[in-house]
Design a protein around this ligand. Structure first.
Ligand code: MN
Length: 175
């Protein structure tokens, strides 16, 4: 059922994108939805070119406290690559719906207000019975820019200014 009137609280939340170097290098894209960080692993990271579709594999929900997790953890290094607020912009028949409803429908549109990522983005679930595979696509709005490649141009942490290499070196336990 679609609720016609949503409070601002129900339509907004935090988002974080973490660069995660583990067995595979990927970006974890996380949106606060109903008290948890709903998460996708994006192998290539987000593209600001609206013609590019980036594969996003749904992964486990994380606690909200994970938004600021950064460091070297055994063989895994995590960098807070971008974070900020977002607003849900999904609609059904013209009516706004909350992110949880859009998630269940397999098509979630958000407006990101981060330091590196801005503007509209859409997550679309592929018809795949085995894995939750989605596509992450930049909307063709004023923030879409094929010449802007934040993954390559701005690799540093928005929390600490460090690179993955610096985090891996800094956070190694003393021998
Ligand atoms: Mn990860």
């Amino acid at each position: 059922m679609i609720k016609r009137y949503q409070t601002l609280d129900a339509m907004t939340g935090r988002f974080v994108v973490q660069h995660h170097l583990a067995t595979a290098d990927h970006f974890d894209f996380r949106l606060e939805i109903e008290g948890v960080l709903v998460s996708w692993a994006v192998p290539k990271g987000p593209s600001t070119d609206s013609r590019v579709r980036r594969m996003a594999i749904r992964t486990d929900d994380h606690d909200l406290s994970h938004e600021t997790v950064e460091g070297a953890f055994g063989r895994s290094t995590v960098l807070v690559w971008d974070r900020g607020d977002y607003t849900t912009t999904s609609r059904v028949a013209g009516d706004p719906i909350v992110a949880a409803a859009a998630l269940a429908r397999g098509r979630l549109s958000v407006q990101l207000n981060g330091q590196k990522l801005r503007g509209g983005w859409t997550l679309i679930r592929l018809p795949d019975q085995q894995h939750e595979t989605w596509l992450l696509i930049k909307k063709a709005d004023a923030y879409a820019d094929p010449s802007y490649d934040p993954v390559a141009q701005f690799p540093e942490s928005v929390l600490s200014g460090r690179t993955l290499d610096e985090i891996a070196t800094d956070d190694q336990p003393e021998p």
